[in-house]
Design a protein around this ligand. Structure first.
Ligand SMILES: Cc1ncc(COP(=O)(O)O)c(C=O)c1O
Length: 456
């Protein structure tokens, strides 16, 4: 794993923090050169709580939850928002999801366990995954989850067997792969034909499986699901995929006489990771999805189903930032300037994985223009360990506090202990108060699962 070739022509953008527009959490402000979020000074918070540190703007988080609900409900009353907890899950966010009456998508037993720990209503839980283990399925069925999104015929058989043993009938969806190439990075594209997820529509396989599943005892096919990818800017991909899934549901009705109640169009709305990114808004997304659903239901003579969508990134990415301290500066003339931080691929793997882009600022120089091009690299033993590659930054000095914007999704949830790095803590900030909602890991946590077996 290594970095891409240096962008030698990259120019600093001279922007100050507040000129980064949609990359900023809702309550971001600059007071006396310091960055504040939720009324809390990020420089002071870094000193008090240490770095690396995940920080969430709670007001922004809750605002996005409400915006999603309202955007859909006003256009399409019979709709629900399912928060895709794989983007970021701890007990605190799970409680907020419940408070705002959203549903919850869990991808395995661990995420389900978090939901259960905060008494999240199980009827609002949707269970995903392309290879849920029998144990996970048993736990989910016994817990009384609302829907299991079945990914294959093998899994449908398993769900049917387990539900029979428990003596319940489980509501399920089938995840269909609509064959639509979403306009996004190939690593996060999931609805195209070559995908490990869902029932392929090739050779009418998914359609034939509907018949098999309808014959299975103790499962009730109540909906179809699709998810075409993530970080999608081009909303027409959703229109194309909704056409496919509604046509499919209508054909199922015609052939099998079963009209499903729900259609779940997945998540995938993109966000502004950089100031140049121009994603669609939640309202734009809701408009396209609800218009498409109405249009194709009318076209295929299908009654309007309950419409569900499953946002993850567009709910939590922008409200979340990561704070780091600059420990080392290294300039390689004609190549790069490295700014080494006290975190990296262990708290944010996305850049090392697929060269994701982020906007960094220096929280203690937040009013200054970004006059340099730097690579914010991590502290791990990999050359490709970086969080922001060739991005503008204020002039860096040792001890500066870097704030990396847009790290609220798929960072903590994909974090690791590589190089024995304890995971950062998580702080929610709101109205001038900072609340630690997940503590920083300790060295003892690193060894918590080790057993002192007598091997010698
Ligand atoms: C099934 C499913 N639903 C929802 C999501 C959330 O997608 P996003 O975070 O892009 O909104 C994902 C992400 O991979 C997913 O796999």
């Amino acid at each position: 794993m290594s970095l891409p070739a240096p962008k030698l022509d990259a120019q600093p953008d001279e922007r100050t923090t507040m000129e980064l527009g949609e990359c900023l959490p809702m309550t971001a402000e600059v007071i006396d050169s310091h960055l504040y979020i939720g009324g809390v000074d990020m420089v002071e918070l870094a000193k008090d709580a240490g770095t690396a540190l995940y920080v969430y703007d709670q007001a922004d988080l809750e605002h996005r939850m409400e915006t999603y609900r309202e955007a859909f409900r006003t256009r399409y009353p019979n709709s629900d928002i399912i928060y895709a907890s794989k983007a970021f899950l701890n007990k605190a966010v799970c409680r907020l999801v419940n408070k705002h009456d959203l549903c919850l998508d869990v991808s395995g037993g661990g995420e389900l366990a978090v939901a259960r720990a905060v008494d999240f209503p199980m009827e609002r839980v949707f269970v995903h995954g392309n290879n849920k283990t029998s144990q996970e399925l048993s736990e989910a069925i016994a817990a009384g989850v609302g829907r299991i999104v079945v990914d294959s015929r093998i899994e449908a058989t398993r769900v049917s067997q387990i539900a029979s043993e428990v003596g319940v009938t489980q509501d399920i969806y089938m995840r269909i792969t609509p064959g639509v190439e979403a306009d996004t990075h190939e690593y996060i594209r999931t609805g195209c034909e070559d995908s490990k997820f869902g029932f392929t529509m090739r050779e009418d396989f998914a359609f034939k499986c509907v018949g098999d599943i309808l014959d299975m005892p103790n499962v009730n096919l109540v909906g179809f699901h699709m998810h075409i990818g993530s970080q999608i800017f081009a909303l027409h991909s959703f229109d194309e995929a909704i056409k496919v899934i509604v046509e499919f549901a209508a054909r199922v009705k015609e052939t099998y006489g079963v009209e499903v109640e729900d259609i779940d169009v997945g998540g995938g709305l993109g966000i502004a990771y950089t100031a140049e990114d121009k994603p669609a808004t939640i309202d734009d997304f809701a408009q396209v999805v609800t218009d498409s659903m109405k249009k194709y239901c009318a076209e295929y003579n299908f009654k309007l189903p309950r419409l569900l969508c499953e946002p993850g990134r567009s709910m939590v990415a922008v409200p979340g930032v990561t704070l780091y301290t600059v420990g080392i500066l290294k300039t390689l003339p004609g190549i790069r300037k490295y700014v080494a931080i006290d975190g990296g691929m262990s708290d944010n793997i996305r850049t090392a994985l697929y060269h994701a882009e982020y906007e960094p600022v220096i929280a203690n120089k937040a009013n200054q223009p970004r006059t340099e091009i730097v690579t914010v690299c991590g502290k791990h033993c990999e050359s490709g360990d970086a969080v922001a590659i060739d991005r503008p930054l204020q002039h860096p000095d040792l001890g500066d506090i870097i704030c990396m914007f847009g790290t609220g999704a798929y960072c903590y949830s994909m974090s690791s202990n590589y190089n024995g790095q304890p995971r950062p803590g998580i702080v929610f900030v709101k109205d001038g108060q900072a609340r630690m909602v997940t503590r920083r890991e300790t060295y003892d946590d690193l060894m918590a699962c080790d057993i002192d077996a007598d091997l010698l």
